[in-house]
Design a protein around this ligand. Structure first.
Ligand SMILES: CC(C)(COP(=O)(O)OP(=O)(O)OC[C@H]1O[C@@H](n2cnc3c(N)ncnc32)[C@H](O)[C@@H]1OP(=O)(O)O)[C@@H](O)C(=O)NCCC(=O)NCCS
Length: 175
């Protein structure tokens, strides 16, 4: 299947009327993460969609953006179909950060990044990340950071490709 040329896709801020489309996309997003889960602990789309997950997740994200000087960009085709999104928030320095760090710097966090299956591998993820990073720079963030699911190889390779390096590792043991 052929996707749309990247030039015909524009990046703009999220608006209220995007909600229903975005709620669906958060469910696709969850499903794509679950599909990488080698331990099969994460729920797939059928269960997730039945629960109203997409809308709950969206509301939660909008609150987080409001509270943390964040941004929500969507990628839209000329037919007004949303085919990707990115969310970034500012993590303010705490008193402890100021003591622990030699040169304290505010950090931005990319909390969500998603590109529709039909549009992957043609530069849209990179474009969304560039916009999010520019926003964080404008908020005086010295770094951008993000969490990534360990089995999600595609995303990890992608982030490495655009300059991200492992810094913290979450370890877990079954009890
Ligand atoms: C991860 C994701 C956002 C990447 O978006 P994308 O639009 O497919 O990536 P791009 O086309 O912008 O790729 C940018 C660069 O990464 C490289 N890249 C992309 N996928 C890659 C892969 N699987 N392996 C190696 N490199 C890859 C591209 O070759 C490109 O490099 P180049 O500019 O030097 O040619 C997308 O695959 C996605 O939405 N996945 C599902 C959701 C997800 O996992 N989100 C991240 C959760 S933390």
């Amino acid at each position: 299947m052929f996707g749309m040329a990247i030039k015909q896709i524009r990046i703009r801020k999220f608006k209220e009327s995007d909600s229903a489309m975005l709620a669906h996309m958060f469910e696709d997003f969850q499903d794509s993460i679950a599909s990488t889960d080698d331990l099969h602990e994460l729920a797939r789309k059928v269960k997730v969609a039945r629960s109203g997950y997409g809308m709950i997740y969206l509301k939660n994200k909008l609150m987080e953006i409001r509270r943390n000087r964040g941004i929500f960009y969507v990628a839209e085709t000329s037919e007004e179909k949303i085919v990707g999104f990115v969310i970034a928030v500012v993590r303010e320095l705490t008193k402890i950060d100021r003591i622990e760090q030699k040169r304290p710097m505010i950090t931005g966090e990319i909390t969500e990044l998603y590109v529709d299956k039909s549009q992957r591998g043609r530069g849209l993820g990179k474009k969304l990340m560039k916009e999010a990073e520019a926003f964080l720079r404008s908020k005086r963030c010295g770094y951008a950071r993000l969490w990534v699911f360990e089995p999600n190889r595609r995303a990890r390779d992608f982030y490495r490709r655009i300059g991200y390096r492992d810094r913290n590792i979450l370890m877990r043991k079954q009890l």
